[in-house]
Design a protein around this ligand. Structure first.
Ligand code: HEM
Length: 294
């Protein structure tokens, strides 16, 4: 779902092509990030480069086809290739490819893993699931199953937002932020010279007991205090002028997913899921659930 939505925004494509040809290569690229940088056959890092090479090959083909045709396309790639907008025509094909990969990558694992972990936390916390379900059933009242959700209804999903933020806090998908130092910076007696690339590790701030009492407990209610989300120490989506531009899009996607899940289905976990949280959040053998109609 997460990849399909991003992909459809970026370029119109047949779902079959996405799942059969593109996704397996893109998954290799994703696994190659947060991997030990050892570029030898058999390592995730190596597979990451192979995946990227194959993804680029497919995307270059799409760009070449688009350039050769006069058809217009109502997607982001159509905008990026548009000759009418002088801002975009300044981008080379390589820069356009980087833009595509950045957007597809950033909105994929972040959204899918947060959605997966929210299923786990809601399953383990029936009180939270009950409150979430009530919020969504109230929105569905008087609607037929096909009726879409409007903006005002989305904005009324306050508990859903709290569940998503609490899930993101406990299972930090993005462990930190990348920055370049603009001055020499002294930290605990060490100097980080100007111009260095640094990875500012923000993950542990999510477990600070002063900011989040009982930090390892799933407590979405803490986020109903609106000021918590806007505090300077809240780095779930980064900070400053590089703050995540997809924050609201990500929250909308997960909210819609939860809306359809909790209003239509119940689920039970099958077996004990093994969940790894570092260096990336994952269920190596899958998070298996049995779904029944609600
Ligand atoms: C739960 C979902 C998401 C989480 C937790 C998340 C988290 C983050 C974090 C922590 C950063 C680093 C920010 C910084 O350096 O200060 C970031 C950057 C970014 N995110 Fe997200 N993100 C999410 C969803 C999305 C989505 C849906 C998109 C859109 C396609 C997106 C696009 C980006 C981009 C393009 C950047 C790089 C921004 C830059 O360096 O200027 N993210 N995200």
């Amino acid at each position: 779902m997460a990849l399909l939505v991003s992909y459809k925004q970026m370029l119109e494509i047949e779902p079959a092509l996405l799942y059969e040809a593109f996704k397996p290569e893109f998954d290799k690229l994703v696994i190659g990030t947060l991997a030990m940088p050892i570029n030898l056959p058999g390592t995730n890092y190596y597979f990451g480069f192979q995946g990227r090479k194959n993804v680029l090959k497919m995307l270059r083909k799409v760009i070449a086809e688009r350039r050769a045709s006069s058809a217009t396309h109502n997607d982001m790639l159509g905008d990026l290739l548009s000759k009418e907008d002088p801002k975009h025509s300044l981008l080379s094909d390589e820069e356009i490819l980087d833009q595509i990969i950045t957007i597809l990558y950033s909105g994929y694992e972040t959204v899918s893993k947060t959605a997966m972990m929210s299923i786990k936390y809601l399953h383990d916390n029936p009180k939270a699931l009950q409150q979430l379900r009530e919020e969504h059933l109230a929105i569905r009242k008087g609607k037929s199953p096909e009726d879409p959700i409007g903006w005002t209804e989305y904005k009324s999903m306050t508990f859903t937002r709290a569940v998503i933020l609490e899930t993101s806090r406990l299972d930090t998908i993005v462990n930190g932020v990348l920055r370049e130092t603009t001055n020499d910076i002294e930290v605990n007696g060490y100097v980080i010279p100007k111009g260095w690339m640094i990875y500012v590790y923000t993950r542990e701030t999510n477990y600070d007991p002063l900011q989040y009492p009982e930090p390892f407990t799933f407590n979405p209610w803490r986020w109903l205090d609106k000021s918590l989300e806007s505090q300077n120490y809240c780095f779930l989506f980064g900070a400053g002028n590089r703050v995540c531009p997809g924050k609201e899009l990500g929250i909308v996607k997960i909210s819609m997913f939860l809306h359809h899940l909790v209003t239509r289905y119940r689920w039970e976990e099958v077996g004990d899921a093994e969940i790894a949280k570092f260096p990336r959040v994952e269920a190596p053998k899958g998070l298996h659930i049995k779904i029944t109609k609600y």
